[in-house]
Design a protein around this ligand. Sequence first.
Ligand code: SF4
Length: 356
Amino acid sequence: MSDWLYATRQIEALEDLVLDPALVAALERQQHAPAPVRFHVPGFKSCSLDSAPGCGKESWPAISITGGDCKLQCDHCKGKILVPMIPARTAEDLWRVVNEKIALGAAGMLLTGGSNHRNEVEYDPYYPTLRRIKSTFPHFRIALHTALVEQDAAWRMEDAGIDTAMLDVIGAQDTITQVYHLKRSVADFERTLETLTATRMQVVPHIVIGLHYGKMLGEWNALAMLQRHTPCAVVLVVAMPFYAPPQRLFTTPDSHAVGHFFRAARHALPDIPLLLGCARPPGRAKLEIESYAIMAGLNGLAHPSEGMVELASRLGRPMHVLPTCCSIASEFELLEPKPISNRHDKLAEIKITATI
Ligand code: SF4
């Protein structure tokens, strides 16, 4: 039995897990110097590490400009991911909500909304208010879920002072057509990625593993797109079956197949922070997926389950706990943010000092 498999058996919460011994051994061989791992516990979901500073519903609110409404109605979500978020259906609402949250100690926000039938979120009425928020509260961080964008929209987001741009990258046409009910192409997703990475914003794409009804289809092609357009960090999430309608059921993605994808992603993007986002199936699959994430050398996990801190410790990985959304990772890694976008035709580098 490999040392790492033995280590999991010593942890009460993980002692009954059935991990793939060959995969664990391969991950153990692949892991050179144990890299630090960050545990993210932002406000928009209950967390297991109540001792973490700043943990609570206020520090990192998620706000939706369409409330729980979404025209696209993707089969893996049906707009349900928006329902628990704070609605801000007008720019005035957004200004009011942000002021209320900052008064309660919020350090930033996740801003998103439902899509139109072209997988675009209609932010235009909000840009002046976003600019006003950044001018009035310069340290308030804004992570925006962009969905698909054209060049001019990406520039408006940059001008509004958006810090982090996030989008789901889909690498299979069948998934776009069948799961998203969308008449757009894989090339549209790649063009959006190329457009966003040419701006000053920190670009943090998401890959939803098992998006094709629980099966893996376009994930490797999505990874190849990220190799062609280098992001600041990548968030990996795993499709959760319980939002799917009865007539389009999702199976729970195979956690060992997910583990193999973590290994491939770590190999394909060795210098890019890889983060396991908060969306993943519950129960035993959740523990197996998180264990593989720590073993594969992912740089961060959102809302780690019981046992993960001890596992990281037994594998010799230094740990940090952060009360932030994992998509706002790069700032805390002191990564050189990107040079000024070539739109401005000049290059400059800015150093950021961690505020925590
Ligand atoms: S576009 Fe986004 S919010 Fe709307 S159904 Fe799809 S995943 Fe959910």
